[in-house]
Write a protein that binds this ligand. Sequence first.
Ligand code: AFP
Length: 347
Amino acid sequence: MVREEIDGTRTDIVTLSSFILQEQRRYNSKYHDQGSSIIREASGELSLLLNSLQFAFKFIANNIRKAELVNLIGLSGVINSTGDEQKQLDSICNDIFIQAMKTNGCIRVIVSEEEEKEILVDSSGSYAITCDPIDGSSNIDAGVSVGTIFGIYKIHPGSNGSLKDVLRSGNEMVAAGYTMYGASAHLLLTTGHKVNGFTLDSNLGEFILTHRNLSMPHFKNIYSINEGNTLYWPPKIADFIHSLKVAPEGGKPYAARYIGSMVADVHRTMLYGGLFCYPCSRGKGKLRLLYECFPMAFLCEQANGLAVNDKGERILDLTPEHIHEQSSIWLGSKGEIQKYVDYINKH
Ligand code: AFP
């Protein structure tokens, strides 16, 4: 018998690396069980890619932790593709991410929020990746949690890697996730089969499985939105948000929670439930479809939630026309998002 605890120390922990290998084995045995004449074995390339991603997350987490100490915080003077002033930490973390993806041999196309154009990599890899290396960076100076968001696609058969491998429906993602850098680093990952959460143990230098098969509650009366934009929303949306503040008979109104860092707001929503939204202001969405909305929508659905745009259309059914396209988004507990969809259909 294996003793799982020695002097109060758990010894049965599952690391991200072992979890990835277990998933690869599960995938292989699934195809063997189906008795297929063509035996489809996972090549291990996605596992390799996920492993190189976890290195990038550890490296970024380390830089964020020491940022204040080594005076990394401050503006670098560069304006990024979406017009935001780029911080030194943004560009450093972007470089860490791109370097890790360029050298793992699995990636042919990289899209980053910090790069105006897609990056084509000369490799024989089978994947394309989209990412926001540091989302929520305007909060960094206040020590608020920020994060890295990513989405992964298998490149089209016969493609050497091109824009077409990323400008496709969100349904075609094979994996997605984010790492939130807070008191500790938290990684939420889906490979299309539920969502699992890992926490970085900085003593071991390993991401440890802490949230297996994460599932959001169906209802939760929490709403998360930048209400300062109320004047710029269509009346229907302002009315819906107002309705959340009206207490039902014998009940309580919704609680408002808004951090202004998507990863942190979505992380709370994934754990506690509720709804997070960023509707169009003056007719324009803010959050980026490819590397903010798609990965979050994929995670959300895999955790039994829903993700739609202002019109109630499912986010993952959309197809971007350009890499930095912006969208409205409503995501969170299935019951709460359905309430929004029912409201706009009725009014
Ligand atoms: P920054 O990366 O510039 O801080 O933007 C963060 C973000 O893209 C997303 O993480 C937040 O949910 C959203 O913008 C906050 O936007 P508002 O400041 O307009 O509320």
